[in-house]
Every structure is written in C-alpha cells, then in structure tokens.
Design a protein around this ligand. Structure first.
Ligand SMILES: N[C@@H](CCC(=O)N[C@@H](CS)C(=O)NCC(=O)O)C(=O)O
Length: 230
C-alpha cells in the first residue's frame, strides 16, 4: 500500500494542482475521493479545515497536511525534487511569490468570477452569499471577471518574463498551481490572452498524461455544468 494518501475532490482545480504534480513527479500515492465526506466526523478528526487536497502520511506532525502549495513544497523537500522547487533561495522565493500571489490575490477573484457558474459554494460576507438580488450578484461576478486581467498579466510580465515556465525551462510547482487555476476560466469562456493559451498548451504538452488525465475530471465537470445551462 502506498505511503501517501491524497484526499481529493475531482472537479476542483486546487486538487488538480496536486493531482498533476504527484503524477509528474512519479510519486507513489493513492487517491481517495472524498466527495461529500469532508464535513463528516472522520475527515474533521484528521483535518478540521475540511478542505482538499489533503495529504496523509506517517511522520507528518499531525498525520495530515492541507493547502495545495504546502503539499507540493513538502513533497519536493521530502523527495529532493529540486527540479520542481529550486534550492537557490532567490529562485525558490520567486516560486513562492508566484504561489502566494495566486492563492492570496488571483484565486479569490477566480472564485468570485467562476464559482456561481460552477455551482460551488461561495464565501460568507461576499455579494454571492448575501441577500443582494440576482442582478447585483451577476454584476459582482462580472466585476470579478473584469478584475482578473491585471493580476493575470503579472504572471506574463513578472513571473514568466519571457521564460517557458515560471520555473524557467521546466515546470515548477508554481506552474502546476497556475495552469490548474486557468482551467476554471473555461467555465465562463474567459477570453484568455494568447500568451496564456500558449502557456497552457505548453504545460499540457510537456506533462502529457500527468496533466491530461486529472484535468479530464475538471474539464468533464465544466462540460457538464455548461450542458445543464444550455
Ligand atoms: N487554498 C486551498 C483551497 C482548498 C479548497 O478550497 N478546497 C475545496 C475544494 S476547491 C474543498 O475541499 N472544499 C470542501 C469543504 O469546504 O468542505 C488550497 O490551495 O488547497
């Protein structure tokens, strides 16, 4: 039995990030689909944040680890995967910068722009969960979509800076996080700039099945949502 268990929700790009990574890194793992189970006592006892991806491994201080970027960094550190997470402090800091900027700034806009369409729960305190009428909720979603362009372009101008990947010639863990996130923008037919389309194609061509196989779950979910709306 593999030493690593990855608890996942398959339609999620937070999960897709790590699902692609463990495949590309060739790690020994088992995947546990916890759809509908994250708020059950068994899961909460392991990880009260009730979020996925969640990694279980013997030797972890609490036996469980959350947050897609923390999981990838941990696995790189543990297995010496410096090709995905460079050791040089400056180079590593740039990968961290790209990941923290994604989780802290870009992804919250992605959720507001796509979650209403995807039918995913939105966050308390925002327009989407308030008593605002449908027109106001639709405006909030459109505002978030419009606001995506600026942080998206930071990836082109700053993190990629003419390179093939954020990691340089090869994908880094920040590339897994970024490419997976862009997949969700298909749900709203977001008009991705050509550099971003080319980047996603480059990622998929470089990673092959490690990308395409788990991405099929996200893409299938998006197609399903679109077919219901049609
Ligand atoms: N910042 C986290 C986000 C994790 C997250 O939001 N996971 C969602 C799926 S997209 C989840 O597991 N939700 C289940 C729940 O809230 O019970 C990461 O990057 O891993």
């Amino acid at each position: 039995m593999p030493a690593t268990t990855l608890n996942v929700l398959k339609p999620s790009v937070n999960n897709l990030t790590v699902r692609m990574f463990v495949r590309a890194a060739g790690l020994d793992f088992e995947e546990l689909d916890v759809w509908g189970k994250t708020t059950e006592p068994e899961f909460l006892a392991k990880y009260p944040a009730h979020l996925t991806p969640m990694l279980e491994e013997e030797g972890l201080p609490r036996g469980a680890l959350g947050e897609s970027c923390a999981i990838m960094a941990y696995l790189c550190n543990k297995h010496g995967l410096t090709r995905f997470y460079p050791e040089d402090p400056g180079e590593r800091a740039m990968i961290d910068n790209a990941m923290f900027y994604l989780v802290g700034t870009f992804y919250p806009l992605v959720t507001r722009a796509t979650y209403p369409t995807l039918g995913f729960p939105q966050y308390p305190g925002e327009v989407g969960t308030s008593e605002a009428d449908d027109a106001m909720k639709a405006k909030a979603q459109k505002d978030a979509e419009a606001a995506l362009a600026e942080p998206l372009d930071v990836y082109r101008a700053f993190f990629l800076d003419g390179k093939r990947f954020i990691g340089g010639d090869h994908p880094s863990i920040a590339d897994f996080r970024f490419a997976a996130t862009l997949e969700f923008l298909r749900a709203i037919d977001y008009d991705l700039p050509s550099w971003a389309e080319e980047y996603m194609t480059r990622m998929e061509e470089t990673l092959g099945d490690a990308y395409s196989e788990p991405a099929a779950d996200v893409r299938g979910y998006i197609e399903h949502v679109k077919s219901q709306a049609a």
